[in-house]
Each structure stands twice: as C-alpha cells, then as structure tokens.
Design a protein around this ligand. Structure first.
Ligand code: AMP
Ligand code: MG
Length: 410
C-alpha cells in the first residue's frame, strides 16, 4: 500500500489540526422546545429537576391486603373491610382486626403499615387468615422513594434515550428544551455518475457516495437530505450547492476536490463562501475542503468512496455530534494487536479497514483485504479503522494500534 505519489510534507495539514479547525468553528444548535417523542436521540439543553415526588403518594407494591402490621401476626383472622383499586381516592382505613383488599399501585390508606400479598393469605368468606407475620413497611412503596421533589434528575448535555424519555413522562413533563436535529445535505459531484437503477454508458459508474454518506448521516442521528447529483460544471455546481444550502445546517459533498482539470467543487465553494482547501496528512482522504457558505458548514470530501466514508468518520461525524450538543464526539476506540505486517505511506496517518477478533491476549486487528480508496468492500467487511501513526511507514504483526470502531455500542 505504498504511496506512489510524491507529497511535500510541508503542504500537509495534520489530521488533529484539521479536526481542530473544524470543531472550533462549530457550536451546538440553538435550543428549542420539543415534545418527548421528538426529543429521542437529541441532547437535553436544560437541567431538569423533579417537580414532585415519584411516586407522588405511598402505594402498594403488590395485589394483596393492607393491614396494621403490629396488630397482626401469622394465623391472624381478619375481616375484609373494604377495597382500594389503583386510581381510587376513597380510602377505607383498616382497624387492627381488619384488612383492606388493595391492588398494585393503589394508595395506602391511613393506618395501614404493610401489605400482605394475596398469595400469602387464605380467603374464607369475608375473612382472610394470614400465612405470615407481616413486618412494618413490607410491600409498600413510599412517596418519593424513586425521585424526590426538587432533585436534579437530568443534566443539560444528557443524550435522551428511552429511559430518559420515560422518566420525563413519569415526572409529568411533556416538553423539554433540546438542541435541534441537525440537518445534513449530501451531494455527489461528477460527470461520470449515474443513478442506481439507470444503465451505464461507456465511462460511467453508478453514484454511491450520496447514498453511503446519507446513511452515515442518519446513523449519526442527524436528518439526511440526499441531493441530486451535480455534473462537473461551474454553473451547475453553484446551483446545486445553493439549493442544498437552503435546507441544511451542514452540506457534505463528494468529488471535485483533487488536482484534476474538472475538480471544480473546491473552486466554486471558495467563490461562494469561506471555504479552504487542505491536503490532510492521511490516507485515504487527503484532499479536503472545509468552511462555511452563508452560515452553513460545508465539507468537500474526496470522491473515492472509501475516502469519502473515512473522511466522514474522522471529520464529519464529530462535527455533527458537536452541533447536536454531544460532549462525546468520538466513537469508542480500543487498542488491538496487528495480526499481520502492514505498510503505510510516508508523512501520512493511515486508516486501515480492519476486522477485530477477540483472541487469547485481547483484540487482534486484520485488514479487510485490498485497501485501495475505491474499494468500498473493504469498508463493508470492517469493524473499525486502525490508525497507523504518521511517523510509521510499516508496522509488524504483534504491534499495538488504536482502532476507531465503526459502530456504537448497543
Ligand atoms: P474525484 O474526487 O472527483 O476526483 O473522484 C475520485 C474517484 O472517485 C473517481 O474515480 C470517481 O469516479 C469516484 N467517484 C467520485 N464521486 C463518486 C460517487 N459519488 N460515487 C462513486 N464514485 C465516485
Ligand atoms: Mg470527480
């Protein structure tokens, strides 16, 4: 996997420096009010404190009989003096020789200090006989035992998943302030590109980046707007970019940022806004355009499908997460042992597509076959991207590498 092209190390931007430039220009979206279901997967933009106790009143943890614990014991015969269902407001109190039939979640009446489960009594006519000696507090849920009124319950910055949404509902809170969904347009450029489903004329290939990138966007929890492909033509590119910018917080394009005669994307972007072109010291993914046009964050990624996908992982996903208000910008990483020797170009970090296998001494990373930047199959098979440090041009089996996982833990 040697690098046949000459690169002048002086014109390369370090991966970390490029990431820093990107992230320092992005801040979380302006908080907005959201219904609970729409807030799922978004980040909370306020501290939430409990408006009341949960549960709001002492209630029964079982279907059974509410009794006065210190007035009864095993073998006690008690008259069933009433019934309390969940939701009832009329609460008959038991005397020492009485029991009140009570359902799970029903309020505990004044005077009752324990609930005896229905399975632990024998019912005889209008009476019950206890099979146990109930202890005070048994099978009762105290008011506020899960959440106290005024307790800080969810901090600003929390990613709202099913449990958080459920807890908010349990607290009676119907809406919360969140950072809004990030909208990302994906747009492929290139004269040779044809929609999937249409036949190929000589020299043409099927367009795949806008689909793959849109899927990466969706997987990152943002909304993807896939745009029609634009040809390598200044006017067409300008029109396509303008139209995409109107619906997006972030525009991700592919193609047209290299050194070819028809690599016009980077020129048109630079004319339209504050977009800078960089050669980033990485493989795949060296040519990168980044900046803003009309307040929209713009990424011009290289066209090779693996370059586009890897660039998304390393640069675009963290940017989306920052805009989402997330504090954790990276996917999990782990250290793994190389299962075979590898090579890496001079002056560049390599992101090798690897599988991970759990072996006796820990994780072992092995490349997923040919690593050419056009070979998308190498991504399909991969569990992660092994990062070969910039100063290394080869590494041997047995050496340790950092692997960026390509999925989040579930
Ligand atoms: P470019 O970055 O425009 O020079 O393109 C580099 C390589 O990636 C060329 O072989 C292109 O044909 C290919 N390519 C560019 N865009 C796409 C795309 N959207 N889908 C598939 N291949 C692409
Ligand atoms: Mg092109």
């Amino acid at each position: 996997m040697g690098d046949r092209h000459h690169v002048d190390p002086g014109e390369l931007t370090a991966v970390g420096a490029h990431r820093h430039t990107i992230l320092s220009g992005i801040s979380p979206g302006e908080p907005t009010s959201s219904s609970l279901l729409e807030a799922r997967g978004l980040v909370l933009a306020e501290d939430v404190t409990a408006p009341g106790d949960i549960p709001p009143f002492a209630n029964s943890a079982m279907d059974g009989f509410a009794v006065v614990a210190d007035a009864v014991g095993e073998g006690s015969r008690l008259r069933v003096a009433g019934e309390i269902a969940a939701g009832a407001a009329d609460l008959p109190s038991p005397r020492g020789d009485e029991a009140i039939r009570i359902m799970t979640g029903a309020p505990i009446p004044a005077g009752a200090t324990a609930v005896v489960p229905v399975e632990l009594v024998r019912e005889q006519g209008g009476e019950i006989v206890l099979d146990i000696d109930p202890a005070e507090g048994e099978n009762l849920r105290e008011a506020g035992e899960s959440v106290r009124a005024g307790e800080a319950i969810l901090a600003s910055g929390t990613l709202l998943g099913p449990s958080e949404i459920g807890l908010l509902a349990a607290m009676g809170i119907p809406r919360v302030h969140v950072h809004p969904k990030v909208r990302v347009a994906t747009l492929a450029t290139g004269d040779e590109l044809v929609e999937p489903g249409k036949p190929l004329a000589p020299g043409q290939i099927h367009e795949s980046n806008s689909y793959g990138l849109a899927a990466q966007v969706a997987e990152a929890g943002a909304v993807a707007y896939r745009q029609p492909t634009a040809p390598d033509d200044r006017q067409a590119l300008r029109r396509a970019f303008s139209s995409a910018l109107s619906t997006a917080d972030i525009l991700v394009t592919s193609g047209g940022v290299s050194a070819g005669t028809y690599d016009l994307s980077k020129q048109v972007m630079a004319e339209m806004g504050n977009v800078v072109f960089s050669k980033v010291a990485m493989q795949p993914g060296m040519p990168q355009a980044f900046g803003t046009i009309d307040g929209v964050v713009v990424f011009g990624l290289p066209g090779n499908p693996v370059s586009a996908a890897v660039s998304f992982e390393i640069f675009v996903r963290p940017a989306i997460r920052r805009m989402q208000g997330r504090a954790d910008l990276n996917r999990p990483r782990l250290r793994a042992t190389l299962g075979a020797d590898i090579r890496s170009p001079e002056h560049k970090v390599s992101f090798l597509r690897v599988t991970l296998a759990r072996e006796d001494d820990g994780w072992v990373a092995r490349t997923t076959g040919a690593q050419g930047s056009g070979i998308l199959k190498s991504m399909v098979l991969a569990d992660g991207l092994a990062e070969v440090p910039v100063e290394r041009t080869s590494m041997s089996a047995g050496e340790q590498v950092t692997v960026h996982l390509l999925s989040d833990p579930t």
